[in-house]
Design a protein. Structure first.
Length: 211
């Protein structure tokens, strides 16, 4: 009983510290909602695609930008925080053998999550309306299979309604940059090989956190 109370107290303290930090920085927080998706496209013996529907974490944007983004100037940095995670096991092809090979290549048992941490968000063009779309250039740290790399990626945000935001983006990666050997399993039909280059596309649905 005491241990449970201690855990609850620690969780409450962390939540209060996070909220205080966001308030101090004048940020508006958005939390993950259902409806997100991530897709990885690659080539090899033939084109292949795997998809997932879970992106957890939070997005926080400068409250002034959220209130009236049309006042923001092109080329300006927007104060923002992003910490997002994707469970490796949630990314699937629909074929159990391919999923096993992919998850094993990504060292899923040792590193079960893909993690992203935003470092910089730069507005590319002045928004034409409060609903968006808002076009950004972003820089962040992406960790896959225990290896972290800094990546640059164009990002697009748009309001779906008064509380929901959709953030989307596309980037090209090399599996070997994250310590992943492109899978080449030997199957009954012969040797299957995948190329190093992949394209990652995502749509992340978030909603304004309750105050």
């Amino acid at each position: 009983m005491k241990s449970n109370r201690l855990v609850l107290a620690l969780c409450s303290a962390i939540a209060l510290l996070t909220a205080s930090s966001l308030t101090a920085q004048n940020l508006t927080e958005f939390k993950s909602l259902p409806g997100s998706k991530v897709k990885v496209d690659g080539t090899g013996n033939h084109p292949w695609t795997v998809e997932g529907q879970i992106i957890a974490g939070h997005l926080a944007l400068d409250s002034g930008f959220v209130t009236d983004p049309t006042k923001a100037a092109a080329g300006s940095k927007v104060n923002a925080q992003v910490d997002a995670t994707i469970p490796v096991r949630s990314i699937k092809s629909g074929k159990s053998l391919m999923d096993y090979v992919m998850h094993d290549a990504m060292h899923e048992k040792e590193h079960p999550k893909i993690e992203y941490h935003l470092k910089e968000l730069m507005l590319k063009a002045a928004p034409k309306s409060a609903e968006g779309p808002f076009e950004f250039d972003s820089v962040g740290d992406l960790a896959i299979s225990g290896k972290t790399n800094s990546i640059k990626m164009p990002v697009r945000m748009e309001r779906l309604d008064k509380v929901k935001m959709k953030t989307s983006g596309t980037t090209s990666l090399k599996m070997t940059s994250f310590g992943i050997d492109p899978p080449a399993p030997k199957l009954a039909g012969g040797l299957l090989h995948t190329d190093d280059d992949v394209k990652v596309t995502f749509e992340w649905i978030t909603g304004a956190a309750e105050k």
